[in-house]
Design a binder for this molecule. Sequence first.
Ligand code: SAH
Ligand code: SF4
Length: 347
Amino acid sequence: MSNRTNLKSLSRDKIFDFIEAQGLPKYRADQLLNWIYERHAASLEEVTEFSKDLRTRLGEIAYIGNLAVVNRQRSSDGTEKFLFGLEDRETVESVLIPEKDRLTLCISSQVGCAMGCSFCLTGKSGLIRNLRAWEILDQILSVNRLIKPKKITNIVLMGMGEPLANFEEVVDALKRIISFIGISKRKITLSTAGLVPKILELPKMAPDINLAISLNATTDTVRDRLMPVNRKYPIRSLLDACRRYPLKPRRMLTVEYVLISGINDSVEDARRLVRLLKGIRCKVNLIPLNSHEESLQRPSDVSVLAFQKVLTDNDMTALIRESKGQDILAACGQLRGRHAGGPEKNR
Ligand code: SAH
Ligand code: SF4
């Protein structure tokens, strides 16, 4: 397979170049794009609009790459988790979250993560590698293929990895999610731990997608401890970048705040958060910690509600987000890209 071209790794222009190089008419490129992205063809064999001869001829030099679906688990709350095998035997996870009028897929951008946030399981093994654009995209295509005739309506880049640390591939994937898969910018949200220069660059490369910032603390001392990225890009510079993020009318940034007992969940923290976010058009998602070690615990419901009340009393929109899929380790910060039973790889 190694010398053949993976057609899913090609941009639109490259698909046209490829077809032209084979001496084929342009409409063949449109057909190919339609079969891969709309009709979810998983191999050239399935592209029945091409004659058998043409499929065989193209099959000698090209193939349609697919992530392998290694495992699919369903939570009691309807959330589903997919474990995908990559060509080099690494694995990543995506989480499908059905809601009333939408079907959201939470996708991964890296195998592991280099950011090392102390509360997050994905960060524990460090960064293994960046995903290629087609591997980011194919999480969506694979799930769409599995859930036919239903279709994913919303995308959140909140799975494994820090999307802005894999900027070029993520931007390439975003462009193709919008133009090929047809999911509108309004329905795509990218979540970042706060890589400031990339937050400033993102609107030039992928305008009008929704941005979520994982703030998680109100002082640099606490944020330094929870999220080492803060030592490079402290709260003030992160919030400056938020102020500069161009927002269309009626759109808002999302500020994510993982509540950890005794660390960042006091009423003083809530008051500081109100002051910090003044002048930033945003809503706050409060996420009680999904705990996986003794030293960090989720706060009581009473403290979570008290924290929320300070924000809402100050006219802020603040929602408590209970992570879905906890029983299958599909919730925020629980993705590791492994079978529930252990670290074994696929194939
Ligand atoms: N790297 C990006 C996106 C992936 S993490 C980021 O950090 O934003 C997605 C969200 O899960 C982030 O808001 C993060 O703060 C949150 N999260 C991580 N670990 C968590 C945990 N143990 N419990 C609850 N939320 C967690
Ligand atoms: Fe990486 Fe986000 Fe987890 Fe931090 S919270 S380790 S940035 S995936």
